[in-house]
Design a protein around this ligand. Structure first.
Ligand code: ADP
Length: 234
């Protein structure tokens, strides 16, 4: 979709796209597809935190245990990380938030940041049933070399547990073990899901889409046309 389509509405175009949904709902996959299509960056708090862990710096050391357990990292840390990232020049035309906000405090911090800059926001809620989430999360594999994502149930590699592109043995993300998956889904139910009611009460723009069965490119097209329709209605 050409970028100008987003500004077809009467007021300012959507600049902040929030991909919202439980672990395994496909936020990361959709964020990557939308990034290519819209030409605005994906900001994944999970990826940023994992980068700090890989770098072995102070923040990385502080958050690695929490992330391994499936609990949420403290709001101040994540808010600071996002605020620093949003100040970078590549966010000037817009950005896709993937995995943020996840608590009311984060939603409030983001809300203040957007209001100060008069930036229009659109929350896209990806709805997936619990059983599909479990299947997706337990089947997830990644190539540690090139980063390609696979799923044993929906996008299996040609050869068992080996990357199609470079032959590297695939890995399971540390927090994709059964016990940690349960904790991540519980954290979502307790701390993140209630934000839907908060967004509604606040009159924030919210689109809800069934994300349980469409292949990723089909869902991406649906998201793009929902964004266009929403921009026209404004
Ligand atoms: P998923 O959505 O599948 O849980 P992420 O990569 O988004 O995967 O998140 C992995 C982990 O990173 C979370 O379980 C949590 O510990 C931490 N994390 C990511 N984003 C946030 C956030 N906005 N607030 C607090 N913790 C976060």
């Amino acid at each position: 979709m050409p970028e100008q389509d987003l500004s077809a509405g009467k007021r300012s175009p959507v600049q902040a796209l929030v991909l919202f949904g439980p672990p395994g709902s496909g936020k990361g996959t959709q964020a990557k597809l939308l990034m290519q299509c819209l030409g605005i960056p994906q900001i994944s708090t999970g990826d940023m935190l994992r980068e700090h862990i890989t770098a072995g710096n102070v923040l990385g050391q502080e958050v690695s245990g929490i992330m391994r357990s499936g609990a949420l990292v403290a709001d101040e840390k994540v808010n600071a990380l996002v605020e620093e990232r949003l100040a970078k020049p590549d966010c000037a035309k817009g950005f896709i938030l993937d995995g943020y906000p996840r608590t009311q405090q984060q939603a409030e911090a983001l809300g203040r940041w957007l209001v100060r800059r008069d930036i229009a926001e659109l929350v896209i809620h990806l709805i997936v049933d619990y059983n599909s989430l479990i299947t997706r999360l337990t089947g997830r594999r990644q190539c540690p070399h090139c980063g390609t994502l696979y799923n044993l149930f929906s996008k299996a590699p040609k050869q068992d547990e080996v990357c199609d592109l470079d032959g590297t043995k695939l890995i399971i993300r540390e927090d994709d073990s059964a016990a940690v998956i349960k904790e991540r889904l519980d954290a979502y139910d307790r701390q993140t899901q209630p934000l839907i009611a908060y967004f509604r009460n606040q009159g924030r723009r919210l689109l809800e889409l069934d994300a349980s069965s469409d292949p990723p490119p089909v869902l991406m097209k649906k998201i793009c046309s929902a964004i266009q329709d929403n921009a026209r209605e404004r």
